[in-house]
Design a protein around this ligand. Structure first.
Ligand code: F6P
Length: 550
């Protein structure tokens, strides 16, 4: 927002907050038996219950007015139509084009980009089908059994999350592995169980310069050539995905084995492009395209639905409500789904790299707090770890619970237990437990009055802790596509309200540059002196204590 003080809706929201912050969710539900019906909606494959939020209809009306006051509708259109909304890099953000199912041309700077996208999908399909049916052969003519994706950030998190999320649909032809960390522990432990004759490496890097990825790729190359002693083997065992194909070719990968994507697709929005190759290899190209379809359906919902029924818009506005008015510092993503266990990690990059910004589009300081901390973990396990703080900690943390109605593994009563635990958590957070209730319970358990009075405060739970529940009918490629697109658009809407560039990531550059300089310094024999005393001290400590022994 250019200037919140001049935004009259923001001022109204501030006033409204004074009133609302005193209300308890218990009372809001008691006073309105239709609250669930009013504050829930179906958005393509996702049912969203947002009734357990600290809002009234007036709150929603004001938040929607806020969205209108920043021309959100026009900005959504601008994104879909390829305007250069990534202003600091002067680029479009057209990840939606990658899943576009319409047969209309999509012009970017006057050029229809749909043919290049369709060609890329076709190239992926040929490769995926070849490899999955065993036609793609290794250097010794054996079929590929294992694929290792080497990438980091957006070239790892989304594709890793989705490959695991859709494991039920995979037939393990081939098995997929993911290496992202430059800590050799990861690649060495992955390679330990693999056979060079039947392993294929995907080097995934938009820039093809990320030092972690290039270092891991070189280690993989050395490992492979240790067996084959012939650089020609690279052609059978390495493919690359990049927006800079020439760099992948320089690395030694055959031009025909390089899959391209483009500058108008941000790294953390790229799983819909060839970056999604591991997903397609795991579940097949048809299922991958189902995922694109699910995302497209969510795109349509986002683009065409009135804000009052628009899931990404409402979820974004609710986040703004807590972050900017209640001053919350984090929000949690808790999928009650083992398959979705990497979703919080993926969303962490999506939300924090997109909206962790302090300047507006024109370079002026932002007026309000932008992204808070996205964190989370898989449901059930969290109940035995961090939920204590969610229930009784001094801060409240808004939560997104995610659960499917139907299990992919209907065994005994596992799924009923999973589902009811999810709902019980959001109910407990909503209602809490008063002193009187805790006291009464203790008396009923035969505690003396004195004991009950002493113990009851420890059992009090404030409640009034908000959550959304996102319900999938079933976890499928299509519903996963819709879920991811929902969060992408939510992130975009927040960025529009804060008037920031959600598609750049300048903040990660300085650390990369400093690490590069340091590694050069370590190579020199001189004592290091030119950093702050802590960094200098640590570098010299490393030098004097490093040993080649294992
Ligand atoms: O972490 C910074 C970042 O630039 C991310 O935005 C990106 O997803 C990641 O590095 C990987 O970049 P690349 O795909 O170019 O290797």
């Amino acid at each position: 927002m250019n200037n919140r003080l001049q935004n009259s809706v923001w001022q109204k929201l501030l006033k409204h907050y004074q009133k609302i912050s005193m209300l308890h969710l218990r009372d809001l539900f008691r006073d309105d038996p239709k609250r669930f019906d009013k504050f829930s909606l179906q958005a393509s494959h996702i049912f969203v219950d947002y009734s357990k939020n600290r809002i009234t209809q007036e709150t929603l009306n004001l938040l929607i007015q806020l969205a209108q006051s920043v021309q959100l509708k026009e900005k959504i259109e601008a994104m879909f139509k390829g305007a250069h909304i990534n202003t600091s890099e002067n680029r479009a953000a057209l990840h939606t084009a990658l899943r576009n199912q319409s047969d209309q041309p999509l012009l970017l700077d006057g050029l229809d980009i749909m043919p290049q996208i369709r060609n890329s999908l076709l190239k992926m399909r040929r490769f995926v089908e070849d490899l999955r049916c065993g036609n793609w052969r290794g250097f010794t003519q054996k079929s590929i059994t294992d694929v290792v994706n080497i990438g980091v950030g957006g070239s790892d998190l989304g594709t890793k999350m989705a490959t695991h999320a859709l494991a039920f649909y995979a037939d393990h032809k081939p098995r997929c592995h993911f290496v992202s960390n430059v800590d050799a522990a990861q690649i060495m432990s992955t390679l330990k169980s693999l056979d060079p004759e039947t392993t294929l490496f995907i080097i995934a890097s938009k820039s093809f310069t990320s030092i972690e990825t290039i270092t891991n790729a070189n280690t993989a190359k050395t490992w492979l050539l240790k067996t084959f002693h012939d650089p020609k083997a690279i052609q059978n065992h390495f493919v690359a995905i990049s927006a800079h194909p020439e760099k992948a070719i320089d690395f030694g990968i055959h031009a025909a084995n390089v899959f391209e994507f483009w500058d108008y697709v941000g790294g953390r929005y790229s799983l819909w492009s060839a970056i999604g190759l591991p997903i397609a290899l795991a579940i097949g190209m048809d299922s991958f395209e189902q995922m694109l379809k699910g995302a497209f359906e969510m795109d349509q919902h986002f683009r065409l639905t009135d804000f009052s029924q628009n899931a990404p818009v409402l979820l974004a506005l609710l986040s703004i409500w807590y972050r900017n008015f209640f001053n919350t510092a984090s929000h949690a993503i808790i999928p009650y789904s083992h398959d979705l266990r990497f979703l919080p990690d993926y969303l962490q990059q999506l939300e924090m790299e997109s909206n962790g910004k302090s300047v507006q589009l024109d370079g002026a300081q932002v007026n309000e707090k932008t992204a808070d901390v996205t964190w989370g973990g898989v449901g059930i396990n969290g109940q035995h770890a961090f939920h204590q703080l969610l229930h009784q900690g001094t801060d409240f943390i808004p939560i997104d619970f995610i659960v499917a109605v139907n299990s992919l593994n209907p065994v005994g009563n596992h799924h009923e237990l999973l589902l009811t635990n999810c709902l019980a958590q959001s109910e407990a957070l909503l209602c809490g437990k008063t002193f009187e209730e805790a006291y009464k319970e203790l008396i009923e358990q035969n505690y003396t009055q004195e004991e009950a009075e002493k113990l009851a405060p420890h059992k009090v739970m404030p409640g009034n802790r908000p959550s959304n529940t996102l319900v999938l009918e079933k976890l499928t490629p299509e519903s996963l596509g819709a879920l991811i697109a929902l969060y992408e658009h939510k992130t975009f809407v927040q960025g529009v309200i804060w008037n920031i560039d959600s598609f750049d990531q300048w903040g990660v550059e300085l650390g990369k540059k400093l690490a590069k300089n340091m590694i050069n310094d370590l190579g020199k024999q001189k004592t290091i002196t030119h950093h702050d005393s802590s960094t200098t001290g640590l570098l010299n400590y490393y030098r004097t204590h490093t040993t080649t022994e294992v």
